[in-house]
Ligand binder design. Structure first.
Ligand code: CUA
Length: 159
């Protein structure tokens, strides 16, 4: 009957749409891994090797890695205004930031440097910058993330 034929066609379409959506999601996720510092479970950062105890780590003579968690509405470390340590690295160093979010999309921007990225829950943003001279920089969230977005800030001290 026509009714059965329509029902069958509708089912085929539904399956096709689900397959398309699923395939699209997986495809995009794989691409993002290539562009970033990897993926992470935003609900389980405490057990993560980088983000369980975020902070500054010396990895070479003049090389440092800085692991940072962005949360509404602070950076840890970074937001000294909110009681966390500022980010403190030596001058004449190469610093790679690994930044992830525990909740919503944030920004991670250090005005005066090339550090400026979006921070997406589940992903790790990776940026490398050279700090030559001692200087104190600001640290800003530049993605709207909620009512206190405009106060989501911190300090990067190059000493
Ligand atoms: Cu975090 Cu705006």
């Amino acid at each position: 009957t026509y009714e059965k034929a329509w029902l069958g066609a509708a089912l085929v379409l539904i399956v096709f749409f689900i397959a398309t959506v699923t395939y699209g999601t997986v495809g995009a996720g794989v691409e993002m891994i290539d562009d970033s510092g990897g993926t992470v479970d935003p609900n389980n950062l405490a057990d993560h090797e980088r983000f369980g105890d975020p902070g500054v780590e010396q990895v070479g003579e003049n090389e440092y890695e800085v692991n940072v968690i962005a949360s509404a509405f602070f950076f840890r470390p970074g937001s000294d205004q909110r009681g966390f340590d500022p980010i403190r690295v030596p001058a004449n160093s190469t610093v790679t930031f690994y930044v992830t979010s525990s909740d919503v999309i944030h920004g991670f921007s250090i005005p005066g440097t090339n550090v400026n990225t979006m921070v997406i829950p589940g992903e790790v943003a990776e940026l490398t910058v050279e700090f030559d001279e001692p200087e104190t920089y600001g640290l800003l969230c530049n993605e709207y993330c909620g009512f206190d977005h405009h106060n989501m800030e911190g300090t990067v001290e190059v000493v």
